[in-house]
Design a protein around this ligand. Structure first.
Ligand code: ADP
Ligand code: ADP
Length: 224
């Protein structure tokens, strides 16, 4: 079965803005899906609904078979989120940062799991470094490590390369592709076709709240 099932999902904000309408899709376990669309298309709204941060005004979504409205807590344990804007404690160490994040999810301490996460992101050697001592690329890896600290099966990355330079952007592309080895399903948003092409197995195009197209990358690239 798909790890995520979305049926006719809709969100109209109290302001009257229709941010999403009639979005239906299945997300396969282990795939990397890029949601591509311009600013204001509804990408963040989509992610926020699946993470339980925004209540939809129509439709349904389930993660690992758990309906996010009826069974939010069970769904939430399966999800990791790297939001667009995140605050970190600059003087905290890498290890303490991910440990604290795991604790926030209500999970028992498990340094063996955290070691595995840090190693997968080549952060293990930096575990005792303070965040303000890290490069931009390493800092971004810590944000991903935080989101993986409780062992989710799905990772959401909202605009993972927003506001970074070309070198760091390429570094992040490689980091995301490498997440495949950890078996986690990845859903990311971007407004660059090139970026979706570099990272994703499938690309969904969102515009004005609608999912216009959802296609395997290879086929999409062949068509255009
Ligand atoms: P994207 O992530 O693709 O840039 P968003 O999901 O952030 O798109 O926004 C979709 C639309 O919903 C935009 O028109 C945006 O202005 C609007 N929107 C987003 N959040 C809110 C909110 N909290 N209240 C009202 N309108 C919002
Ligand atoms: P976490 O599991 O990450 O600790 P929380 O359970 O504290 O997260 O909730 C995170 C956000 O989701 C909060 O803004 C909260 O209001 C919202 N939330 C909590 N439960 C629900 C629910 N059943 N439906 C929708 N949103 C919820």
């Amino acid at each position: 079965p798909p790890i995520i099932e979305v049926r006719d999902l809709a969100k109209t904000y109290a302001s009257g803005t229709v941010a999403l309408t009639g979005v239906t899709l299945d997300i396969r376990e282990g795939e990397i899906l890029a949601l591509l669309g311009p600013n204001g298309a509804g990408k963040t709204t989509f992610i926020s609904i699946l993470c339980g941060l925004v209540t939809p005004t129509g439709g349904h979504a389930a993660v690992g078979g758990h309906d996010i409205a009826r069974d939010y807590r069970a769904a939430r344990t399966l999800i990791g989120l790297v939001p667009q804007e995140i605050a970190v404690e600059p003087f905290e160490t890498v290890m303490n940062t991910v440990r604290f994040s795991r604790g926030l999810h209500g999970r028992a301490r498990d340094d063996a799991h955290l070691e595995q996460v840090l190693r997968s992101l080549t952060l293990w050697d930096k575990r005792d470094a303070r965040l303000n001592e890290l490069s931009g690329g390493m800092k971004r890896r810590v944000l991903i490590a935080k989101a993986l600290s409780h062992g989710p099966r799905v990772l959401f990355l909202d605009e993972p390369t927003a506001g970074v330079d070309v070198t760091l952007r390429r570094e992040m592309w490689a980091v995301v592709r490498d997440l495949r080895a950890s078996g986690v399903t990845v859903i990311l948003t971007t407004h660059y076709l090139e970026e979706a092409e570099e990272m994703a197995d499938r690309i969904g195009i969102i515009d004005r709240g609608r999912l216009l197209l959802l296609e395997d990358k290879a086929r999409l690239m062949h068509e255009f």
